[in-house]
Design a protein. Structure first.
Length: 427
């Protein structure tokens, strides 16, 4: 035991005598370990954030998206591909109580980006075009005024509900209810000098401050009747998304089967393999999210692993140079009685101390960066949880020591095999 402690002291003394080289040697290990800590921390934080936000929607929600998807994969529409397989006829069929008896509310959506103008002020924002069911399906809280009714949503009344931030930008004095704003519609021939048109809307409500949900600022958006957004602004005849509220969570799975059956009848699909839609509930959303985050973690983990390997190769190269520089010292130690085992252990210990030190510094750096990211996320409005798993720290330390052993073993064996007579003659 005393000899081991003495060897550690000697090793640390040797490494401190070459501070610059030692730091450059472990730089790759520091980056790799910090990467592992950051990846695990951010993955856990992001997963906790999104799972919490998905859960807030309620366990009795079902979503329908256009496009077929694999069992655990997201639908095609999630990747930004325009899929036009859902229509208002499908929405009406799902609303039919004789076909989907457990559905209490059904809301259809289309969305996009617009510019809203009031006087000399203008705001670039996003819009959601829907109907009166939206407030019941999404549990929307209105701060001022009211949301538009089902009839206003169907008839295409020119009314608008502003998000909290949009209202403050256009009406800093808070007199927005009843005012007329304009939505600018870009002209496809605008490059030829033709002026874009605009549609007037009467402000009937302002949404309560919501913050960020699912990585989107819910206060930087507006709501308009479905037919106006679909026909006049986007110029499309399909539905981008349907959300259904089920009477009870226990009836979600039977309701999903009813919805699938209805849509297959609507689209004249006989084989489930040819489905051109995806019906998902909260459990499916969580499963997809977990699958995506796990895949992302693996990919980023591989990147951090490559950094560790590069750092390990760097350590091996530096240790080989060190063996060459200390050849006479090795020969002298052997001449006064040091065994191969003593020489091997000394150089292997140097490698392990280097990587362990790099691992500790990498852990501290990773925790610091993860904490700063969490602070930044909270400042941006995300309900971010700062998470550092003890298993991540244990894994980082273990990987660091293993790297030192694996990449330090060859230089250590090379040093141990040196002939003392040849080593003493080395200049």
């Amino acid at each position: 035991m005393n000899n081991f402690v003495k060897e550690i002291k000697t090793t640390i003394k040797d490494l401190l005598s070459r501070k610059g080289r030692s730091f450059l040697t472990i730089l790759g290990i520091i980056i790799g370990v910090a990467g592992v800590i950051i990846i695990i921390s951010l993955g856990s934080g992001a997963q906790s954030l999104v799972l919490g936000q998905i859960t807030k929607l309620g366990s009795n929600m079902v979503g329908v998206l256009p496009g077929k998807s694999n069992e655990n994969g997201p639908p095609t529409a999630v990747f930004g591909v325009q899929v036009k397989t859902l229509t208002l006829t499908d929405v009406m069929a799902i609303k039919d109580k004789s076909k989907v008896p457990n559905a209490t509310d059904v809301a259809s959506f289309v969305s996009g980006n617009i510019t809203i103008i009031y006087g000399k002020e203008s705001v670039d924002t996003s819009f959601t075009a829907t109907d009166g069911s939206y407030v019941r399906v999404q549990n929307v809280d209105i701060d001022k005024g009211t949301f538009f009714t089902d009839e206003e949503g169907r008839s295409g009344a020119n009314v608008i509900v502003l998000g909290y931030d949009v209202a403050n930008s256009l009406f800093p004095n808070g007199n927005e209810i009843g005012q007329i704003v304009k939505i600018k519609i870009p002209n496809t021939n605008e490059s030829r000098g033709e002026v874009s048109s605009s549609i007037p809307f009467r402000v009937i409500g302002v949404q309560k401050k919501m913050g960020t949900v699912a990585f989107q600022n819910q206060d930087d958006q507006v709501f308009i009747p479905f037919s106006v957004g679909q026909r006049q602004i986007l110029g499309i005849d399909y539905v981008q998304f349907i959300r259904i509220k089920i009477d009870d969570a226990i009836n979600v799975k039977p309701a999903m089967k009813d919805i699938e059956r209805v849509l297959r009848e609507q689209h004249r699909i006989k084989d489930t393999e040819h489905d051109d839609f995806s019906v998902r509930d909260l459990a499916d959303a969580i499963k997809i999210l977990t699958s995506i985050t796990d895949t992302l973690r693996i990919f980023l983990g591989l990147m951090a692993g490559i950094s560790l390997i590069v750092g390990g190769i760097g350590i091996m190269n530096i240790m080989l140079v060190t063996v060459s520089e200390r050849t006479r010292e090795i020969g002298l130690r052997k001449a006064i009685g040091a065994t191969r085992r003593n020489i091997r252990n000394q150089f292997l210990l140097e490698s392990i101390v280097l990587t362990f030190t790099g691992g500790v510094l990498g852990i501290l750096l990773g925790i610091l960066i993860s904490y700063l990211i969490a602070i930044g996320a909270r400042f941006a409005g995300y309900d971010w949880v700062f998470v550092i798993s003890p298993m991540a720290i244990i894994l980082a330390v273990t990987v660091s020591i293993a790297t030192g052993i694996v990449f330090g073993l060859y230089p250590a064996l090379k040093a141990a095999k040196l002939d003392p007579i040849v080593a003493l003659r080395y200049e």
